[in-house]
Ligand binder design. Structure first.
Ligand code: ADP
Length: 149
């Protein structure tokens, strides 16, 4: 008997999972909106991370729950402070492409200690955001792995 071990089978199916098959819709806001509006957007979209774009719709940053909490504690006026002042910014943003392996995205979430990755496509020298991969995405894929057996 020379069948594959269950570990080999599992890693074979994992390598069939690509970002584009699991990505969900991103929560995106313009860099000029206020911290207050960013918080509203986070509640309305039920998102843990917002992707921030400029007027040309290019990715310029990321804003997490704790970034917004920090901004509310800092004493700045959340109604007048634009979100681009408090966001994490390019080029230090971890991104994935639609054709990347989901396993690569999962490793990136762990290595960078973050909850969410924008799925991007090149737009000149910049990136356009077309989706998101979050820890929830990875949990969903984990379940799909078992159910696909
Ligand atoms: P939280 O800060 O709410 O715990 P995260 O762990 O995702 O959420 O974010 C930690 C920090 O990393 C934040 O300052 C956030 O702006 C930043 N961050 C989140 N996602 C990314 C990303 N894809 N690339 C770079 N930095 C990110």
């Amino acid at each position: 008997y020379t069948g594959k071990s269950s570990t080999q089978l599992l890693s074979a199916s994992l390598k069939k999972f690509h970002v584009k098959d699991f990505q969900s819709l991103p929560a995106v806001i313009d860099e000029s909106v206020s911290v207050y509006e960013a918080i509203c957007k986070m509640f309305l979209d039920d998102a843990g991370t917002l992707f921030i774009v400029n007027q040309s719709n290019e990715l310029v940053g990321v804003c997490s729950r704790k970034d917004l909490l920090r901004a509310t504690m800092g004493g700045q006026d959340i109604h007048t402070t634009p979100v681009h002042v408090i966001m994490s910014r390019m080029p230090n943003i971890a991104v994935v492409f639609p054709d990347d392996l989901l396993l690569y995205a999962a490793n990136l979430l762990i290595d960078r200690e973050i909850d969410s990755l924008p799925v991007v496509v090149p737009k000149g020298k910049a990136f356009e955001v077309t989706g998101r991969i979050t820890k929830t995405t990875i949990t969903r894929a984990f379940v799909a792995l078992i159910e696909d057996e």
